[in-house]
Ligand binder design. Structure first.
Ligand SMILES: *[C@@H]1O[C@H](CO)[C@@H](O)[C@H](O)[C@H]1NC(C)=O
Length: 99
C-alpha cells in the first residue's frame, strides 16, 4: 500500500540517520482535521529521555494536532473552553505517535 511504502521509506530514512538506541517518531507541526500532515512532515529521533508525542485538539471530532519528539513528555488531557486537548507520549515502538 502507499501508506506501507511511505512507512518503509520513513523507517529506512530513520535507520540511515539513526543512533541505534534512538526511537524514530513522526514529526509534524500541523496535522489537519483529516489526520494528514499539512507541512514539514518528517522524522525525528528521540535523544536521552525524550519520547514520541502526539497532541490532538478536538471538540468531538479532530480539529488539528501535532507530532514530534519531546522532552518531559506527560500524557494528559484537559479541556479549554469546549475544546479537549490530549497529549499522548509513547516510547514503546518506532513511530508510535501516529494519528
Ligand atoms: C487535509 O490535508 C489533505 C492533504 O492536503 C487534504 O486532502 C484534506 O482535504 C485536508 N483535510 C481538511 C479537513 O482540511
Amino acid at each position: 500500500s502507499e501508506m506501507g511504502a511511505r512507512l518503509l521509506l520513513l523507517l529506512g530514512l530513520s535507520l540511515l540517520l539513526g543512533v541505534l538506541q534512538a526511537l524514530p517518531c513522526f514529526t509534524c507541526p500541523r496535522v489537519n482535521a483529516s489526520g494528514v500532515c499539512e507541512t514539514w512532515e518528517s522524522v525525528c529521533q528521540t535523544q536521552g529521555s525524550q519520547q514520541c508525542f502526539l497532541r490532538k485538539v478536538y471538540d468531538g471530532r479532530l480539529l488539528y494536532g501535532s507530532q514530534g519528539c519531546g522532552d518531559l513528555c506527560l500524557s494528559l488531557s484537559f479541556f479549554r473552553q469546549s475544546v479537549q486537548v490530549d497529549f499522548v507520549c509513547c516510547n514503546d515502538a518506532p513511530f508510535c505517535n501516529r494519528f
